[in-house]
Design a protein around this ligand. Structure first.
Ligand SMILES: NC(=O)c1ccc[n+]([C@@H]2O[C@H](COP(=O)([O-])OP(=O)(O)OC[C@H]3O[C@@H](n4cnc5c(N)ncnc54)[C@H](OP(=O)(O)O)[C@@H]3O)[C@@H](O)[C@H]2O)c1
Length: 291
């Protein structure tokens, strides 16, 4: 990444292993069709927003073979392959899709090996930059051992198919179990202004130098709405959702953003607003949303 990329994106960069990622990244999940099934309504628009993200200097894209399924990865490949050397694509494994659009768990070693190879194939790469072992389900985290699944990913990493390992949708127990098995580069859990269950975890990971990548940073399928967000946004002349991103960037230096959008206009608004420097009063008012 050249220095101007990090300089023009809010939040600067984060070093993850041998890579430097812009803290302002892009989440590709909702580029597929409704409820993350099938092709997008506007195929060319989806390709254009991916290119706009990279043109803006973003070097971190989050995806999964389960999105579409396969469709989001194919869009990324169509839009961006051959990938810039600086682009870091994080994916995740642990679930398949069924005919009803559900996300059935699939984390036996043979499932994970198949999913890793599907991601490699659809993205058109020889090795995946980062694979998150996704635990839990559509309802959130679920207790249970992660060891067998993580050992399977470690084996794939030893074969040279994966550069870094992360975990997603995990409990603190699962994270501790994973960290005892292999170096974990990031945790991707649900977290935003209104869902702050992981507050203590964010701080602990920051102290340990591990990235925390909140999914649904804007609230996901039902984007955040609150009077406090609108008030603070009005004060800064930004959009309310972009203020939710500014708050995350300011919350902790190890937080990496992967907001999703299908709109180049929203992408620009989000980048602009995330650069707002929030005052103590702003933060106190915004903290009240999660209280
Ligand atoms: N690990 C996991 O289990 C897991 C689960 C869910 C998601 N994820 C990851 O998290 C990433 C982010 O999640 P997400 O995209 O579902 O949710 P999100 O980033 O919280 O929110 C995306 C929604 O916000 C809207 N939006 C964005 N900017 C806006 C703006 N400026 N004004 C108005 N609306 C705006 C988008 O609509 P428009 O398209 O109209 O802009 C879209 O509906 C995903 O891409 C995925 O990679 C991971």
């Amino acid at each position: 990444m050249n220095d101007s990329s990090t300089a023009r994106l809010p939040g600067g960069s984060w070093t993850l292993g041998d890579s430097t990622l812009t803290r302002f990244g892009y989440g590709a999940m909702q580029l597929a069709g409704p409820w993350v099934i099938g092709p997008p309504a506007d195929h060319d628009g989806a390709v254009a927003v991916l290119r706009a993200a990279v043109d803006a200097g973003i070097t971190h894209i989050d995806t999964s073979g389960a999105y579409g399924p396969r469709i989001t990865n194919e869009l990324i490949r169509e839009a961006l392959h051959p990938y810039p050397e600086t682009l870091f694509i994080a994916t995740k494994v642990g679930a398949d899709r069924d005919a009803q659009g559900g996300w059935p768990t699939a984390r036996r070693p043979e499932d994970l090996s198949r999913q890793v190879h599907e991601n490699l194939d659809a993205l058109g790469v020889d090795a995946l930059d980062l694979v998150n072992m996704r635990m839990g389900d559509a309802n959130g985290t679920q207790p249970g051992p992660i060891a067998e699944a993580l050992h399977a990913l470690v084996e794939l990493q030893q074969q040279g198919l994966i550069r870094h390992l992360g975990v997603s949708n995990v409990t603190e127990e699962q994270l501790a179990e994973a960290r005892a098995i292999a170096p974990i580069a990031c945790v991707q859990n649900m977290y935003n202004l209104a869902h702050r269950h992981d507050d203590a975890l964010v701080d602990q990971l920051a102290a340990d130098g591990i990235a925390y990548v909140p999914f649904f940073p804007l609230g996901g399928f039902t984007p955040l709405q609150s009077q406090a967000l609108s008030t603070v946004a009005g004060r800064h002349g930004c959009t309310p959702l972009s203020i939710a991103l500014a708050w995350l960037l300011q919350r902790s230096p190890n937080i990496l953003l992967i907001p999703g959008t299908s709109s180049p206009k929203h992408l620009r608004e989000n980048i602009t607003g995330a650069a707002c420097v929030l005052t103590e009063q702003d933060v106190a008012e915004l903290d009240g949303i999660g209280g």
